[in-house]
Design a protein around this ligand. Sequence first.
Ligand code: PLP
Length: 371
Amino acid sequence: MSASPRLRPVPRPGVLAIDLYVPGKSGAPGHAKIHKLSSNETPLGPSPAAVAAMQAATAKLEVYPDGTSALLRNAIAARHDIDASRVVCGAGSDELLSLLAYAYVGPGDEGVFCEHGFLVYRIAILAAGGTAVVVPERDLTADVDAILAAVTPRTKIVYVANPNNPTGTYLPLAEVRRLHAGLPGDVLLVLDGAYAEYVQADDYSAGFELARDADNVVMTRTFSKIHGLAALRIGWMVGPAHVMEAVNRIRGPFNLSTAGMAAGAAALADEAHAAAAAAHNAEWLPRMVEGARALGLTVTPSVANFMLVHFPDAPGRSAAEADAFLTAHGVIVRRVTAYGLPNALRVTIGGAESNEAFLAALGAFMRGDHA
Ligand SMILES: *Cc1c(COP(=O)(O)O)cnc(C)c1O
């Protein structure tokens, strides 16, 4: 036997230092009926037209999809009055967030995101070989001055979810413009509008104007949230032609499925379905917030389809115990310790029955019915 150590492939430096993304729980053992309020999915499900379009696409599964996603890009361009040549689609917006890092960030470069920002940004920056720079927030909201103060000559990309997940807070357009105005022209600003369709605030904009006019702003969007197509993995972005060209060179040539493209285009056409989902949220978000507040809990003001509920760091009342209690009652919510929020739970606004089940179980927990 040879004494020399056996060789095996070793990932690039840093790869194994990346923490695995842990999705929200999806089940509660022993419960016939569960209420899944852990992944910001829409309680209305997808448009029936999107389901039909997807099913129709199964007729020719042996044929490669259109690698340019023309059907979907044209539908997006028409719906939002933008230039289709400046739209790139991805396997979920997660893929696009990563592709932007791969294209613009390398070893020695820095990528910036906020303290309680979406964890995919960190993974994307680290996977590209870059250094993650985490910026403090103010009142659980992105802080433009703090972001600008974190920018160095090595900064290549800044990610801001607007509204942010898991806090549900947002930056008004004036603040986004101030952020953009303060960034050097060679820093790419990525505005992640995964929840844009839910926002009703007058001073909010997802970022179409900046993505059209600026040389360094991209807006990413998704079909996973209000359109209810998370299982199909469909995202898109709009931005300057030179950024779209760079990403087109490194993306997989067939990164969307035919079924996904067809379903996405049909979902966009069904404006009434998305409007119903937004209306349902507008009705239930305040009821859920007020319901939790009435039990003595603090809830961060949210403009999205979820809310962040803060628990006292006290035995019998903690977020961890509330999570266990809710799970035992068939209500699945999201712990957000990995987002630096160990004393909070993120709760998706669900259907009426699930929302009532959540509020009832939360009330029982706060009354100490489990003691
Ligand atoms: C859910 C979510 C996305 C969407 O991811 P997909 O890959 O499109 O499903 C993007 N950004 C944020 C902040 C999210 O919460």
